[in-house]
Design a protein around this ligand. Structure first.
Ligand code: HC0
Ligand code: SF4
Length: 575
């Protein structure tokens, strides 16, 4: 341990720590802007300037290493003045239309300006020419808000290995964006939204569809159905100040009913349907010499990546549409028939933790009889805004149940789809029983659980050795894909999700502030635990035991992978 003095207090911290880490370890907070634990730390913004005795100038605490006997003042007049000037300079080049900004009240620059005590516009003058890009289906980029912190640059590079965003130009003209300031739609952006989640301000955000949904809710000719992804229940509460990991399934359903949706269903039902289709597709590939490893296809960010970066591997992808798209297709076919409603009058809204699903819904490969399966996709954050707009007091709502008619049942397997490893575990629960031809007691595949790093397992399923792997984010998936390309992949089945930790950390989930990220709280784990808790509480925990799924096959689809199932529930990909 290293002994040093911070603000006249003797403290200790492990060797190799920065001043910022040593201070935080001892309960002393130094404001930061560009710093994000495990992602950035270059001293770029200089907000964390502190005074170090004997140093010639102020030091950036996030990069400056501690040493024995060091004396640090984080709040000396010199440090406070410098910090305020840095923030004043950033604010001076920032479009200050806070009232119209999507991040109003949830903005790190607002908080920082308040914290350092900015009371007037210190530097008036020219602004860097702004650029507004809303061409891509899910991500909007507004450089008039950008503070050049580089957090999005690091997220795209380190999490996805893509590097779609970088600094462009120099000096006063510096901005952050794709090469040559192109649109994100013109580069290899997979629309994961991880850059949005780390943006401290409103420079990156999702393309909003709230007003389209409000129009549909107010259109008497429309039968408006909403479905919620598994991960929403584990995050929506954060939009209303509830602790991370609070499960709000019942309150969410009540809020959706108050918003006026005609039916409120859970995408979990369709996750069970996906397992039937995907599980049987896998068995078919294993038993008939099909292309292996088979890779899951429910994360549209991953699909975007595969199409752009590994087009030669598209035949490894399951042909299954993602669960919410399958649900839309069933609602506009079977449900429409049963209820006597013209499919054109059914408007399906998906509440998703995902930005890429906004693009997925409109892909021409996914149309069924010329209609989109899903009409609008709202992120968890957008649903939070919609609930606030309608003046609903979310925290005090009582619980309600999803509508039970036709699609109300779901298994625990469907719930865990929302976290990394969940799709694999759900599939194994069904595939193992189909192969064993009798009920299996141990259905917890813990080797594929967890929100960090690559997960692998070799399982003996009814005498068949099955090697599986689970990757979440492209930096983890890439080595697996390179091995497949080189013909040396040992796996039979791979789950790939676009975002680290899976959907619980999707690009549409509530923003986790730098303060929380830097505190070391494992927010992904907390959200993931909420889903495993719900799984363990479910009476039915295997997709094939969902009786309403069994009825759907009996009355409509006939059997998994049938001709009709292929027509409605499967898709193809484009090189
Ligand atoms: Fe997911 Fe899904 S689990 S992708 O991670 O497969 O977005 O939550 O809704 O569709 O079910 C996201 C989450 C979903 C879908 C499901 C899958
Ligand atoms: Fe990169 Fe994802 Fe942002 Fe696109 S959406 S720029 S891939 S981090």
């Amino acid at each position: 341990m290293v002994k040093l003095t911070i603000n006249n207090r003797e403290v200790e911290a492990p060797e190799g720590s920065t001043i910022l880490e040593a201070a935080r370890l001892n309960g002393i907070q130094i404001p930061t802007l560009c710093f994000l634990k495990d992602l950035t730390g270059t001293g770029a913004c200089r907000v964390c300037n502190v005074e170090v005795k004997g140093a010639r100038s102020l030091c950036a605490a996030c990069v400056y290493p501690i040493n024995e006997g060091m004396v640090v003042y984080t709040n000396s007049k010199k440090a406070l003045d410098a910090r305020r000037t840095v923030v004043e300079l950033i604010v001076s080049n920032h479009s200050k239309n806070c009232l119209q900004c999507i991040r109003n009240n949830n903005c790190e620059l607002q908080r920082l300006a308040q914290q350092v005590g900015i009371r007037e516009e210190a530097f008036k003058g020219e602004h860097t020419a702004p650029h507004f890009d809303e061409v891509s289906p899910g991500v909007v980029r507004d450089t008039s808000k950008c503070v050049l912190c580089g957090r999005c640059v690091a997220a795209c590079e380190k999490i996805q290995g893509l590097g779609c965003l970088n600094y462009i130009n120099r000096g006063f003209k510096t901005t952050v964006g794709p090469v040559f300031n192109k649109s994100l739609a013109e580069v290899n952006c997979m629309q994961c939204g991880q850059c949005i989640n780390v943006c401290p301000v409103g420079a990156l955000h999702e393309k909003e569809e709230i007003h389209e949904v409000i129009d549909a809710l107010n259109d008497p000719t429309k039968h408006v159905i909403v479905q919620t992804a598994p991960a929403i229940r584990a995050g929506l509460g954060e939009e209303f100040g509830l602790p991370i990991g609070t499960k709000v399934t019942g309150r969410m359903v009540t809020a959706l009913k108050l918003l006026g949706f005609d039916r409120v269903y859970d995408t979990n039902y369709a996750a069970d349907l996906t397992i039937m289709e995907e599980g049987y597709e896998f068995l078919n590939r294993v038993q008939h010499g099909g292309v292996l490893p088979m890779i899951t296809s429910c994360s549209p960010g991953w699909i975007n990546y595969a199409e752009k970066e590994y087009p030669d591997l598209l035949n490894h992808l399951s042909s299954c549409k993602s669960p919410h798209m399958m649900f839309g297709a069933i609602l506009k076919s079977y449900y429409a028939q049963q209820k006597g409603i013209d499919p054109k009058d059914i408007y399906v809204v998906s509440i998703m933790p995902c930005v890429a699903k906004k693009g997925e819904k409109g892909r021409r490969e996914n149309l069924t009889n010329g209609l989109q399966d899903v009409d609008a996709v709202l992120t968890t954050r957008e649903l939070g805004r919609l609930i606030k707009m309608y003046g609903i007091d979310f925290v005090d709502l009582v619980d309600s149940e999803f509508d039970q008619d036709m699609f109300g049942e779901y298994s625990g397997a469907g719930v865990i789809f929302g976290t990394s490893g969940g799709v694999m575990e759900a599939a194994l629960r069904t595939v193992a029983e189909v192969l064993a031809k009798h009920e299996l007691k141990n259905i917890d595949y813990t080797a594929v659980r967890g929100v960090e790093g690559l997960k692998e397992a070799t399982l003996n399923i009814a005498g068949l050795e099955v090697k599986v792997a689970v990757a979440h984010s492209m930096s983890i998936a890439k080595p697996l894909l390179d091995d497949i390309r080189a013909g040396k992949s040992p796996y039979h089945f791979i789950e790939i999700m676009g975002c680290p930790g899976g959907c619980i950390n999707g690009g549409g989930m509530p923003i986790v502030s730098a303060q929380i990220r830097n505190s070391g709280l494992n927010y992904k784990q907390k959200r993931s635990e909420a889903l495993y808790t719900e799984d363990s509480e479910c009476k039915v925990r295997k997709s094939h035991e969902n009786t309403q799924i069994q009825e759907l096959y009996k009355n409509f689809l006939k059997e998994p992978n049938s001709e009709l199932a292929h027509e409605l529930l499967h898709t193809h990909y484009s090189k």
